[in-house]
Design a binder for this molecule. Sequence first.
Ligand code: BG6
Length: 470
Amino acid sequence: MLKNNYNGFPEDFLWGGAIAANQAEGAYREDGKGLSTADMMPGGLLKGLEKDSEDLNLYHKAIDFYYNFEEDIALFAEMGFKTFRTSISWPRIFPNGDESEPNEKGLEYYDRLFDELLKYDIEPVVTLSHYETPFHLIEKYGGWKNRKMIDFFVKYCEVVFNRYQDKVKIWMGFNEINNIHNIPTAAGGIILKEDENKMQSIYQASHHLFVASATAAKRCHEIIPDSKMGAMLSLSGVYPNTCHPDDVFETYELRRRSLFYSDVLLKGEYPNYIQRVWEENDVELEVEHGDLELIKIHTADYLGFSYYRTTTHKAGTPIYGHTGGVVGSKNPYLEETPWGWQIDPKGFRYVCNELYDRYQKPLFVVENGMGNVDKLEDGRIEDDYRIDYIKAHLEAMKEAIKDGVDLMGYTYWGPIDIVSAGTGEMKKRYGFIYVDRDNNGEGSLERKKKKSFHWYKQVIESNGEDLSKI
Ligand code: BG6
């Protein structure tokens, strides 16, 4: 009789946390770093570029991770992290993006960072581009609308693959690549004008991103033969708002607009359904000889994704994007965070199954977490709401494993408080570790363990078996 072998978290499950360079490092002009899109968005990526803004920009110092990473990594190690996902800031390596030589100081910083992780046996997982394209590339070349970007990106990739080949084995390409539809400048490094055919620009830039991803995968495997190169999508869920067939089908199409990106990156070809979308939106893709073959051969080894919440969609209503996924109408059955993100662990199990059924490749949950207002009382932060959120999501993940889903790991988003990507504020905290800094930029930057710190340690120690509250 065939037995179900999928009972719990695998022995080598990668427990850890994830951050992005621009939300944590600070030191935004130090050691030769160039400006990125993130540096120009003081109000967060939902507000978009505010190039000459005088507003306080919390990203510029962020949580000073650039100078504080030793202390922070020691705390991650104390929690028992097996892995830590961060991004390399592209403009630290190529400040403008189009130089012929990389910035040695930037490379040295990541050497020190990865060495520090490896000192504690924490496996670095590295995102090559997390919402931070060198700004000069957008100004001078029009960003990813321009095919030249492929060469700039591949060159940057080759430099970091060569440099860190003995230190980093797990890589991923563009953070939440499918968000190019919702937040084009942050996710796709493009600026859309009112009078242009936006769909043309989005799909042409996407084509360049696909060719760049495939070429990066090729070079990664050549330079680091025992490496894995993944895709990374924002895949929080969306339900039809009612069972009306119009709502159901339009929601299906909306979901497919996201899954299009993993379809291409994991299956290696443009799916049939996209032809009609292009036709109806007057999209004419410029594809060069050899592009499709590259995309076909050099597919992603795993699918990394973020999952925060679900929303519902009603046919004919506008679609808004947010960092946590698309925003539709409220679901009356779900509770929400103070930022209105509806909490849905069952939706997480659903999405894990949906993705594994579709791709049959390992899944890596590289972002999941709860942003909340934490109160420091008598020197303590009792963030039971965060523990409840994660507990419910880990239980759902365990169910997904029992369903037969192949899950590589779980990196909780923002294990230490960082600046919010969406809104540029400190008040929205995700961490197990509190950082003393507020929305006005005031604070000592001192680190403090929250209650969830001790709970997550217990989770990792028991390989996800002991989720009981402390
Ligand atoms: C994801 C991004 O979309 O959501 C992260 O990859 C981001 O960079 C996270 O921080 C949470 O969003 P926010 O807006 O709460 O920071």
